[in-house]
Design a protein around this ligand. Structure first.
Ligand code: UT7
Length: 343
């Protein structure tokens, strides 16, 4: 493998973000568009969630297409080639097929060598999970360069008769390239992933799921007719858990990074509901203006939401090199996690 990083494994103390990228499908669906086929309104969706529009994949467009596009953009920003990659990790619960994983198709579409490529099914927390796993590999010194992608194509998993859930989600992909960060010299602050942590509470598995059509309840006509193959959510339970757990894991990640909230420049939180983000902001005591917010444009893109928001903020210059960013996400599982990163 050729990489631009010449540091010896012994000096690797963390992983760092070398590039970011994202891809959003061209088709934009506004709240008014949805109101033509669902019993809803722009007013309800905007005030209860903050969402104004979302992007839907085109017919024939697959999760791996979106993921590969985001991955190419991240590699280009990093100034790296596909041949520089040692691993591909894709956070997704909407792979192209049940078998093999989405990452397998991404590997093929990028034209990568026979490097390991696998999926993480941690739903909206999938990107934080992927980044945390990638960080362990790079810190361990055996792997140097990892493409971590969050991609979701949830528009094909909506029950259009369930207005509380179907208006929330959108499609898209975001990616980062992670490489080694070495021991800082001359008293410079460390860069890269300063802390990351992940959690799951399986007792809440029923709060957000696709109830059937997996191996436990194989697809039969009855399940399909009852839309048991589509996303089902007990919104209020997930909302309460999200506010509580995103706040607590963000505080834990900050503590583990030995920073305080006053040291943070930005928070990139999972974009599920503007009211969740506002409540986490006030509970953390960190101003809402310092949260990167794009839920109005994308809706909830699950595992893609953090890397899409991160990439937008990096590209428009809000997030600058050397700044410190807290990321936090929660979704089906219930699975959640947070990371503190110095860019
Ligand atoms: O990404 C994974 C994590 N996901 C989340 O974090 C999502 C967490 N949950 C939520 O964001 C919110 O619970 C929802 C946005 C899903 C729902 O908001 P809510 O304030 O909990 O609404 P609700 O389900 O309690 O419904 C309130 C009212 C109901 O009417 P009544 O019974 O008060 O007359 C619903 O029928 O709003 C009605 N309603 C709607 N009205 C118009 C529900 N959905 C809609 C809709 N349009 N789309």
């Amino acid at each position: 493998m050729t990489t631009h990083v010449s540091d010896s494994p012994a000096n690797v103390v963390a992983s760092r973000i070398l590039g970011t990228g994202h891809y959003a499908p061209a088709q934009v669906v506004t709240n008014d568009d949805l109101a033509k086929k669902v019993d809803t309104s722009d007013e309800w969706i905007t005030t209860r969630t903050g969402i104004k529009q979302r992007h839907f994949a085109a017919e024939g467009e697959a999760s791996s297409d979106m993921a590969a596009a985001a991955g190419r953009a991240a590699l280009a920003m990093a100034g790296l080639n596909v041949a520089d990659l040692d691993m591909i990790i894709v956070g997704t619960v909407t792979p192209d097929h049940p078998i093999p994983g989405c990452a397998v198709h991404v590997q093929r579409k990028l034209g990568a060598d026979d490097i390991p490529a696998f999926d993480i099914a941690a739903a909206c927390a999938g990107f934080i999970y992927g980044m945390s796993i990638a960080d362990q590999f790079i810190r361990g010194g055996s792997i140097r360069c990892i493409l971590v992608i969050g991609v979701e194509l949830l528009s094909r998993k909506m029950n259009w008769d369930d207005r509380t859930t179907c208006v929330l989600f959108g499609d898209g992909a975001g990616a980062v390239v992670l490489g080694p960060a070495t021991r800082p010299v001359d008293g410079a602050p460390p860069v890269g992933i300063l802390s990351s942590l992940i959690h799951t509470d399986g007792s809440l598995a029923g709060a957000l799921n696709i109830p059937a059509c997996g191996s436990a309840e194989p697809p039969v006509l009855e399940h399909l007719e009852n839309k048991q193959d589509k996303v089902h959510m007990v919104g209020k339970d997930v909302f309460r858990t999200a506010v509580r757990n995103l706040t607590s894991c963000s505080a834990q990640a900050l503590k583990a990074s030995t920073l305080m909230s006053s040291d943070l420049d930005w928070v990139v939180a999972h974009q599920a509901n503007m009211r969740i983000i506002s409540q986490v902001s006030s509970r953390l005591g960190f101003p809402l203006e310092k949260f990167v917010i794009n839920i109005d444009n994308y809706g909830n893109t699950s595992s893609a939401s953090i890397p899409i928001a991160l990439d937008e903020a990096v590209r428009d210059g809000r997030i600058q090199p050397g700044q410190t960013v807290l990321m936090c996400a929660l979704g089906a599982g219930i699975s959640w996690g947070a990371a503190v990163v110095r860019m």
